[in-house]
Ligand binder design. Structure first.
Ligand code: HEC
Length: 115
């Protein structure tokens, strides 16, 4: 190693240690997720991440269509035309699998009773 940069080595090590400490200080949790990063249930994950488009007419209706879970997972991770892709930071693999199964086996909600 070049002897002229040797005095800088401890500075670099301290900087890296500082980065490691600050990264550990802020766990990436949000109030909508459980501390493990998982949603409380597949239904909650669906309601918080998908329903705002897929039950409002922004995106197509997905319920009661028996869409294959693999197809749902693939569309979410890769996006599809007007639908944005969702990275792991938005929904983790286990939660996405749960959502895909939930959507695949879901039924349409009963229409509100007429008054
Ligand atoms: C920002 C609005 C938005 C959100 C949030 C969103 N989607 Fe979509 N999604 C769309 C739109 C718009 C399309 C239609 C894409 C197209 O054909 O242009 C779509 C299409 C899809 C399709 C394909 C439907 C078909 O008929 O083949 C699937 C599956 C899907 N979304 C699943 C999901 C899931 C699961 C989530 C939650 C993790 C989600 N989407 C969240 C807007 C959204």
């Amino acid at each position: 190693m070049n002897p002229r940069i040797l005095p800088l080595v401890p500075v670099g090590a301290a900087f890296i240690a500082m980065l490691a400490v600050s990264a550990g200080a802020a766990p990436p949790t949000s109030s909508r997720q459980t501390p493990s990063g998982q949603w409380a249930s597949p239904q909650v994950a669906w309601e918080k991440t998908c329903a705002r488009c897929h039950t409002t007419g922004v995106g197509p209706e997905l319920r009661a269509r028996a869409l294959p879970p693999e197809y749902i997972t693939s569309v979410v991770r890769n996006g599809l035309l007007a639908m944005p892709a969702f990275p792991h930071t938005a929904i983790d693999d286990a939660s996405l699998e749960g959502v895909a199964r939930f959507v695949s086996t879901s039924k349409l909600p009963k229409p509100a009773a007429k008054r």
